[in-house]
Design a protein around this ligand. Structure first.
Ligand code: HEM
Length: 131
């Protein structure tokens, strides 16, 4: 079974990779390619959900959180979850409102999502201790 630091390192790599996709989708939008934005974000959605589910299954069933993470890591993880859980909940709504072209709702929620995702990225990649 992976150790706590190994899990956190893997999480950092995955969060960075999907964030690159999300940024690319916003670049596509700015370049006037909403279709491309939608396709990139469909991949972003699938990969992010896989990461969340995989991580959750690992922690729930295979890893003893108390022994795998020290108190500092657990505190950082809790802060990270304050951003990552709401973003994960918002993600299917983003996909749905995008696919059904409910533009005003999609853009309004998109602003909130971008803020939550920035929090997820910063607390996940810079604050979680992986050593
Ligand atoms: C800052 C965040 C976001 C903004 C500002 C944004 C904005 C937009 C805009 C302006 C459109 C074009 C809508 C139209 O012309 O009717 C669009 C389409 C779309 N968006 Fe987003 N979006 C964001 C995030 C996301 C996310 C996170 C997802 C998916 C998880 C997503 C999925 C889609 C899809 C599937 C479409 C439809 C593309 C198509 O026409 O084929 N968007 N978005």
């Amino acid at each position: 079974m992976p150790t706590g630091p190994e899990i956190i390192l893997a999480l950092k790599v995955l969060v960075t990779a999907v964030t690159a996709l999300f940024i690319a989708s916003l670049v596509a939008l700015a370049a006037g390619r909403p279709r491309l934005h939608g396709r990139i974000n469909t991949a972003f959605f699938a990969l992010t959900m896989l990461t969340v589910v995989g991580f959750e299954v690992l922690l729930q069933f295979f890893v003893d959180v108390t022994s795998a993470f020290d108190p500092e890591a657990r505190r950082a993880l809790r802060v990270h979850l304050c951003f990552s859980v709401p973003s994960a909940l918002l993600l299917p709504v983003m996909l749905l409102t995008g696919k059904t072209r409910r533009k005003s709702v999609h853009v309004a929620l998109g602003v909130g999502f971008a803020v939550l995702w920035a929090g997820t990225f910063v607390t996940g990649v810079f604050y979680l201790p992986h050593r």
